[in-house]
Design a protein around this ligand. Sequence first.
Ligand SMILES: *Cc1c(COP(=O)(O)O)cnc(C)c1O
Length: 396
Amino acid sequence: MIPSILPTYNRAPLSFVKGEGSWLIEADGSRYLDLGAGIAVNALGHANPDLVAALTEQAGKLWHVSNLYQIPEQQKLADLLVEHTFADTAFFTNSGTEAAELAIKMARKYWYDKGTPREEILTFEGAFHGRSTAAIAAAGSEKMVKGYGPLMPGFRQLPWGDMDALKAAISDRTCAVMVEPIQGEGGIRPMTDADLKLLRQLCDETGALLIFDEVQCGVARTGRLFAHEWAGVTPDIMMVAKGIGGGFPLGAVLATEDAASGMVAGTHGSTYGGNPLACAVGAKVMEIVTDPAFLAEVNRKAGLLRQKLEGLVSAHPEVFESVRGQGLMLGLKCKAAPADIVKAGYAQHILTVPAADNALRLLPPLTITEEEIAEAITRLDAAATAIETASASSPV
Ligand SMILES: *Cc1c(COP(=O)(O)O)cnc(C)c1O
């Protein structure tokens, strides 16, 4: 019999009833150190007092009002995003997938309105842009698209990081290039600063719009407000979600005035997008993560975690291979199966997330403390030892 919850997830036998900072707590009181943070969502930790206050204060005033009216909380968040980024304008969604939908529509509409429609959007293998029919067509991975055809046309995937393939594929008929500056689901695979610069240059030469998907790597995750800032390039359109709501469903598309020029009244909309509850929380998140002192702390702790992870890799060469990523978006390229390490982590009461390319993802709350980082390494070390012990005693 089918479960009452549609069984699209293989869920771990863990059930949390409470969260506190970097910790998740089960009904019996057992505590787990959370290095997944809801997959980079709980950027400021669980039950962050500032976010609880922002949410409850707004909850007592107004939850929902239609986008037919002015929404002051939405205006405040939009102004903050415009002030702190390349963007001139923002549209609010409830998820990353919805942001991907608008980013694609915006790029197509841009060229349509110019009178020279451009059809092809270039993307990269290993990408993840969400689960809508357009987003799975954009990423193109066999696993995600199988059975869901016919797929939305207009996307072509290039090998990850292959700039020669990009040079060959891009032309003055290319609508846009869509890329995660650091692939998340793809295994914490950063595009190099040099490649991001070249990508910007190729888009400038051909007119193709550059879309960055910063749903996972954005909102201070890498130690800058947005990951592309490290490379010193800016996109024309950017998708944001996950961390921006700190756990409340919220996403956004940011764009330059030019890239957004096709999106006039009546061309797009959302019932819930930009609601007062989500935007009150989002504005509080932005106020916190744009503080230079906050970003400096993220970088300091990221350096600490990275250094300790390098030690962990050296101590367990049969389990781990290398560390990669930026800031507190770190990946351990593994020799053992990442799913086995995640499971061994459960036994040590530490939560990590597997990814493609045999990687283990570490996406702790950006508020993780030094003591918690030390504790995380102790627990990961114990998990790795358990894997070594198991493989030494298993028959060959
Ligand atoms: C999670 C994610 C999405 C999809 O976001 P949802 O909120 O799950 O719809 C899109 N792009 C990237 C890079 C992501 O990590």
